[in-house]
Design a protein around this ligand. Structure first.
Ligand code: NAD
Length: 248
């Protein structure tokens, strides 16, 4: 039902997890995709599997973001869809977190959304519109224990989404936010490691939600594909939990 034929997309953090699955789904639906990631091996693997183009990029650095958008413009002539997905987590309280870790989480999770978005918005506006999808989290809607910088950054992504939707709606640029619940990716294993817990126990806890299972990367990817497509033409400024009713 959904086609992305002719759409040109950028997926940040496309080298693994949710970003990788999204690059795959977007490509399956007809989009051409630029994959941006700090991890060269993962990014190149996704590019190979999707027929996309990989650009090594630290999303917290303006020059790197410029290189990504420049590549998309050169290869495809523009950008219709931006998926701001790259993100990291540090499991610590406000008393435990180092200032460096605080700044890193903010730079990767929220500064990146500012940097990437303002590089694509003028071109989208000039071509009659576009779709930006930001990645929040259930912890951008409610709080979570020992994840204070992550919760702060994702809360910022959620409300930045609304502000951007208001500012750029008149240019037919839609801005929405997906908020995954616990999803089976490397990030979850990394959280278990940071908390000194076994991955298996951590995953079992994460599955404790009304739909009775943990999220899979494709669960999120298919929602992003809908938001990227013209099927969601009147949907903007929305914050959408994709979490098996976890936040409900
Ligand atoms: P992941 O760790 O599997 O993948 C993240 C990707 O981002 C990796 O390929 C990594 O190399 C890349 N990345 C990290 N720092 C980067 C940087 N500075 N520049 C460019 N790329 C960078 O994680 P994931 O679970 O797929 O997470 C994707 C997004 O979903 C994140 O924003 C995360 O906060 C969010 N999220 C995940 C979960 C979950 O349970 N997995 C839940 C809620 C929200």
């Amino acid at each position: 039902m959904i086609s992305l034929d002719g759409k040109r997309a950028i997926v940040t953090g496309g080298g693994a997890g949710i970003g990788r699955a999204t690059a795959q789904v977007l490509a399956e639906l007809g989009a051409r995709v630029v994959i941006a990631d700090i991890d060269t091996d993962g990014g190149e693997r996704t590019a190979k599997d999707t027929g996309g183009t990989f650009v090594r990029c630290d999303v917290s650095r303006r020059e790197d973001c410029e290189a990504v958008v420049h590549t998309a413009q050169k290869r495809f002539g523009g950008v219709d869809v931006l998926f701001n997905n790259a993100g990291i987590i540090r499991r610590s309280t406000v008393c435990e977190i180092t200032e460096d870790d605080w700044d890193l989480v903010m730079a990767v999770n929220i500064r990146s959304v500012m940097l990437m978005s303002r590089l694509v918005i003028p071109g989208m506006a000039a071509r009659g519109g576009g779709s930006i999808v930001n990645t929040g989290s259930g912890w951008g809607i409610r709080g979570g224990g020992r994840a204070v910088s992550y919760c702060a950054s994702k809360g910022a992504v959620v409300n930045m989404t609304r502000a951007m939707a208001i500012d750029h709606g008149p240019d037919n640029i839609r801005v929405n936010c997906v908020c995954p619940g616990d999803t089976a990716t490397g990030m979850l294993a990394e959280e278990a490691r940071q908390l000194g817990e076994s991955s298996d126990a951590f995953y079992a806890d994460a599955a404790d939600r009304p739909l009775g299972r943990i999220g899979q990367p494709r669960d999120i990817a298919q929602t992003v594909a809908f938001l990227a497509s013209d099927a969601s033409a009147f949907l903007s400024g929305a914050v959408i939990p994709v979490d098996g009713a976890g936040t409900a």
